[in-house]
Design a protein around this ligand. Sequence first.
Ligand code: HEM
Length: 406
Amino acid sequence: MAELNRRRILVSGGTLGAIGALGMAAPAHARSLVEWTWAPSGSIAGAGAGADPHWVWDEEADRLVASLLDRGDVPEVNRLLWNWTRNDQPLPSGLPQDLHAFMEKARRLPPWADRAKLEIAAEFNKSRGLYLNLLNGVGGGILATAIPNEARSVYYSKGGADMEDRVAKTSIFGFSVGALNAYRPGGSCVVESVKTRLVHAAVRHLLQQSPHWTGDIPISQEDMLVTWHTLPTFAMRKLREWKVPITKAESDAYLHVWQVTAYLLGIKEEYIPASWDAAYEQSDQVLPRNMGPTREGVELTDILLGQLAEQTSPGSISRPLCNALARYLVGDKVADWDGIPREPVWDPLIATAWPALVRFREGLVPLPLVPEIAWTLDEAVRQYILFYLTKGEETKIEIPTTNRPE
Ligand code: HEM
């Protein structure tokens, strides 16, 4: 059977189970099911078939958005959704009926969403905003470029040609999750997550038409999990490493806000980790098999760090400082994959100044123990956050209708 047909069956059937049901052998290059050992008992659903998420996508959204693209409805949908910005806002009238029905369902919080936990998470995001924005923004961004599937799909999709706009769009999402009102009526996390779910569905349809795209259907559930772990799981591990004091209620709540967000992004409940232990275990299973160097990733990293260095207030973050900060956050292996140059002056300085700064900020050491250079770093991080905050004001998340222009 032609590979394309097989893919279509996978999409319509949802999982590798469909292949079994049709009595076919798994594709030669398929990851064998035995490789996927993460137990669905560790998930929010608490049970599941245990299917390898490499072969699962988002069948309902994918079918719908493919149809919207084929019908030529997307530009009008984008126009109508431009002013849909608040969690409590009714959907605009005039949307295609099937999309309207899907979005009404997709915007609903899962029954297990816990308002009290979401409130604690919002406070935590505020009190730890500096670290979290740094980890999710710079850290998550640089890790993403070392994920070949993601780097290549970003590079060859529409936004790959205009990384500035893409970064701005991603920051809209990032700040909506971190906002104090993220899941309150006046917040926007539901809106941005549902819009992103639609964008991903469009990318799945469009990228397969790109002459540059050679892999399986992009953005599988496994891919989603990989990226998800570069956000909350990576951040929590780093906060622990930096010895930032975190209460159990805070860490539970921080996991919870990302569980709800995963759900709204279209990650199935049988893959969403129910606890940090389950998350770490899943992360250790999916990250190593999905990370590595690519030409596209190196180029995207260079663009990202260049933007960061050039566009914050002049002189506040030099390119060598950006390089060193990124290397410090993601570690040598990923930094080398991403082609981030070593910085003989900044690399060792950051490795000592940052932990000292964190300890001071947390009231764990007195000021004299903080090296002067730490304040340059502190200011750089603030500038960085401001830069992304203001970037996001200029644009909105929209469903693409094309791939990267040739
Ligand atoms: C678009 C977030 C996973 C590839 C977006 C956007 C956001 C986002 C906010 C909209 C911004 C834009 O349109 O540029 C996330 C989050 C993820 C995730 C939070 C997981 C937790 C992934 C994965 C891939 C991917 C796993 C690929 C393997 C893309 C691409 C676009 C996109 C190609 C569209 C860019 C374009 O318009 O050309 N994502 N994403 N994303 N994402 Fe994701």
